[in-house]
Design a protein around this ligand. Structure first.
Ligand code: 1CP
Length: 367
């Protein structure tokens, strides 16, 4: 049904199969730092019109691939389309980020909230299929969703937050209400991601951007538990190929073992976690994705190359590493700079793949 995949090193690295060079993509690789993106957004009218029209979504998904030698494409959409489909009324105010017309603050609000089905997000499914065809097998297509906790922060706060006071207030004073909301979100997200897989997504990532604002015990109960529920319901093989799952909790470096135990193929790391240490802790269970500080892209070529080399050295020899930024690319980055990073990853990582080592112990036995 879809054209044959020509570059599968991203999928192979996630499944810890040998690769020739470390694959690389960048979180938020399509977006405001690209003048061609800003042009497309102006033509479409606004951000949501880009997301809701599959021709536009496809156009902007492919823009970073035209500029850089990336090993994966990511669906152009947003995590907040799910609460929008649940009737919250997503809108964007210039300079203020996402907002919702309706917020969730009470047991009655949660009770009245419908569960979203993939069919309620038909425009996303259509975009996935359109992009997959347009990629023509060049690189794999990543689908994604927000984690239940991260989505809930926006739904309860009504938009972005710095202190998370409403949702944390709910968590401590009405935990059952929050659990009921998170359960509805976990069911919705599972169906949404499975819908994307059926529509053509070849890997999926769960973005838990705000899990790291929780204490350890609260993280386990209110974020990780619902990601586990999703993991248990995801399609892991489709049309004869494995569908790797990447779990990314920003600021979640303390909990890698707990995350790995829920069964993803890979964990995303932000730059506050040491790559070598992460590999020593969970590298036998999962692949690792990350984790250069996105601010490195404000520096020149030499510094970018030096920092790329440090992350590659941190992971060390063998497969199981997907290079990425530790979080999304900033809107003020000069679009010339990512090229230095991407080319450096491909070039400098080759020696690490010349011999395949099963694990670090094997490495120690090699001269
Ligand atoms: O003005 C514009 O053009 C809108 C900016 C923008 C873009 C380009 C938003 C609004 N969303 C997106 C696209 C997007 N969002 C993608 C696809 C692009 C790609 O990766 O190439 C993805 C994967 C997301 C995911 C997303 N949206 C997350 C999780 C990842 C992360 O960065 O932590 C989150 C938290 C959001 C919410 C959101 N949507 C938009 C903004 C500015 C935000 C962040 C608001 C905040 O900081 O609270």
């Amino acid at each position: 049904m879809f054209p044959e995949l020509k570059n599968d090193r991203f999928l192979r690295a996630l499944l810890k199969q040998p690769v020739d060079t470390t694959p690389v993509w960048m979180m938020r690789q399509a977006g405001r730092y690209l003048p061609e993106y800003r042009q497309s957004r102006a033509t479409a009218g606004d951000f949501l019109s880009l997301c809701k029209n599959d021709a536009f979504a496809c156009e902007v998904t492919l823009q970073p691939l035209e500029r850089y030698d990336l090993d994966a494409a990511i669906l152009f959409s947003d995590i907040l389309t799910v609460p929008d489909a649940m009737g919250l009324g997503l809108y964007f105010e210039t300079g203020e980020g996402p907002k919702f017309k309706h917020v969730i603050r009470s047991a009655a609000d949660v009770e009245a909230l419908p569960i979203a089905k993939a069919s309620d997000l038909d425009y996303v499914m259509k975009a996935v299929t359109t992009i997959r065809h347009a990629l023509n097998g060049r690189v794999p297509l990543i689908g994604f969703s927000g984690s239940p906790w991260t989505l809930a922060t926006y739904m309860v706060e009504g938009g972005s937050s710095k202190d998370f006071r409403h949702i944390k207030g709910m968590m401590y004073s009405q935990p059952d209400v929050l659990h009921a909301l998170l359960n509805k979100l976990a069911i919705s997200v599972t169906d949404y991601l499975n819908g994307q897989i059926k529509a053509g997504a070849q890997a999926v990532q769960i973005f838990d951007t705000w899990g790291g604002v929780l204490s350890g015990p609260m993280y386990q109960q209110f974020s990780l538990m619902y990601m586990r529920q999703i993991m248990d319901g995801l399609i892991r093989e489709h049309e004869g190929r494995k569908i790797p799952v990447i779990m990314f909790t920003k600021n979640g470096g303390q909990w890698l073992e707990n995350m790995a135990a829920t069964g993803p193929d890979a964990l995303g790391l932000d730059w506050t976690t040491d790559m070598a240490e992460a590999r020593a802790r969970v590298g036998d269970k999962v692949a690792l994705q990350g984790n250069i500080d996105p601010c490195v892209l404000y520096a020149g070529k030499d510094v970018i190359e030096r920092e790329v080399a440090a992350v590659l050295e941190g992971f060390g020899h063998g497969t199981g590493h997907v290079f990425n930024l530790g979080h999304g690319i900033h809107q003020f980055v000069d679009p010339e700079r990512p090229k230095y990073l991407i080319d450096a990853v491909h070039e400098l990582s080759r020696p690490y793949h010349e011999t395949q080592y099963d694990d670090l112990d094997a490495l120690n036995g090699v001269e």
